[in-house]
Design a protein. Structure first.
Length: 167
């Protein structure tokens, strides 16, 4: 099963990015980080204000063109941090900009304690796709090395995905 891991992470090496790389390695998948055309500011308090407004309004900020064409894949794993109880706006942009009908979608989210409706929101926006059970990983500001979700749980999920895609 040809697999693409698509994810958004505010930082290059954030929790969602680290988890996405582990998933791509386990599944033998291609990987694509969603990048905004106009990046968020470096001031995290400012990012919180902007992202709250975007999530509440359903904004779809412009993202850079993808290097991989989602149409070429059978399974698309979609990863996002939980922002204001939903997906990061860049992920919503990806979902609204790509035809996922006939695809299998595997949602995964990272959060610091509030899971919100992120997986349900991905499911609602994956029009025409078969959406697998999503997995919610509780991580923290210190990254995957120091997370609240035990590594055994993460590894069990990675192994299950690996088996599902036939790797």
């Amino acid at each position: 099963m040809k697999t693409l891991v698509v994810f958004y992470s505010y930082s290059e090496n954030g929790d969602t990015a680290q988890l996405a790389r582990r998933l791509a390695d386990a599944a033998g998948a291609d990987i694509e980080r969603l990048e905004l055309i106009t990046p968020y500011p470096e001031d995290y308090d400012e990012v919180l204000k902007i992202s709250k407004t975007e999530v509440e309004s359903g904004a779809t900020p412009a993202i850079k063109p993808l290097k991989h064409n989602p149409a070429d894949y059978d399974l698309i794993a979609i990863g996002t941090p939980t922002w204001w109880c939903s997906m990061a706006p860049a992920v919503l942009t990806f979902m609204k900009s790509n035809d996922l009908s006939g695809k299998t979608v595997l949602p995964f989210t990272t959060h610091g304690g509030q899971t919100g409706n992120t997986v349900d929101d991905i499911r609602k926006n994956a029009v025409g796709a078969k959406v697998l059970s999503g997995h919610k990983f509780r991580l923290d500001a210190y990254g995957v090395e120091s997370h609240a979700t035990p590594d055994e749980e993460i590894q069990k999920w990675l192994d299950a995905v690996k088996a599902f895609v036939g790797k």
